[in-house]
Design a protein around this ligand. Sequence first.
Ligand SMILES: [Zn+2]
Ligand SMILES: [Zn+2]
Length: 286
Amino acid sequence: MESVVQNAESVIRLSLFFGLFVIFGVFEVLWPRKSLTSPKLSRWFGNLSIQIGNAVLLRLVFAIVGLTAVGFSAFIEANQFGLLHQINLPQVLGLLLGFLILDGAVYGQHLVLHKVPVLWRLHRMHHADTDIDVTTGLRFHPLEILVSMAFKFAVILMFGVNPFTVLIFEIVLNATSMFNHANMALPPSLDRVLRLFVVTPDMHRVHHSVHTAEYNHNFGFNLPWWDRMFGTYQDQPVDGHDAMTIGLPTYRGPEWRSPWRLLRIPFDNDTPRHAPDQGQGQGHLT
Ligand SMILES: [Zn+2]
Ligand SMILES: [Zn+2]
């Protein structure tokens, strides 16, 4: 019975993933927000190879550990560990609170990935993409995936987030990550309203700016409120969305689109941890 439920969960997740990927991908072709600077084919090959590798890695972890985040939260629930299991909350409130805790934790984790040098080594692979589109939202170093997984398990253990909330959160986060990286031109009026509730592509694009001052803003992946609460919110890129340069000052050549080179980025010692800012308002790199 359990495996039937797990299979149904996998089918729902995969269908949603492919459905949204196609919708955002088509939207990007029909109504792009920003012209791409690198050949799409080689970028997509690199980014999607990393995503496929990560999916295989997660399968392996599951085979070894025997648990996904949802499975782990079911174990925590059965043993009544964690803060939320100690308070008797109505189901809906428990779900909302659990969702907020997980989302706040992802915001905090993202901030730490930028501030701790060894973690930035892993995360900078995500930032090294010289364009931003739906595939950038899937491009995370496998070691960052493992760190994120361990951190998520710790949060679930500490707060006792229930399995249903973890499942909803993972599905929503996967969808919003593809959405906020998509190169889609949304009407400015719609963006203004949407970013009150969710991180929009224009909001997250600021985070992919080449300028240090800008990529240390807008850490949210899903709810936009944490950045506003903790003073890390930036409304628009200084150079404007059309003129802004995406990526990091190094890792700009075609060789950095190969999946093998991408995997080596954390171990590259020639690159300064935070490359010097090119200054705000200077437009393209030379
Ligand atoms: Zn980041
Ligand atoms: Zn991003």
